[in-house]
Design a protein around this ligand. Sequence first.
Ligand code: SF4
Length: 91
Amino acid sequence: MTLCMHKWRQTQRSTHLPNAVGVEMTLTIDTNRCQGHGRCCLISPELFDMSDDGVGIVLVPEPGPEYADAAELALDNCPESAITGTARSLS
Ligand code: SF4
C-alpha cells in the first residue's frame, strides 16, 4: 500500500506505530514547480541541496526511517508544494 507521507504519518500517530519501521519512503522534487527558495535544504540539509541551476535536489531519494521527521518538515515548508513524499508499507 502506498500513501502520501502526510497521510501515512497521520495514520502512524493515531495508531502509535513505531517510527517508520517497515515503511519505504520516496522523495521527489517537481523541478517545474520549484522556485529555488532553498528552504528545503536549510530545514533538512541531510536530505536536500540546491543544484547549480538553482533548483532543489533530493540527496536521499529513498530515506530510511530515521529521516521521517526531516522529510515531513521539508514537505510542510516548501512554499511551492514541489516536494512529494510517499510511504509504502513493506508488509
Ligand atoms: S523549498 Fe521547495 S521550492 Fe524551495 S528549493 Fe526546496 S523544493 Fe524548491
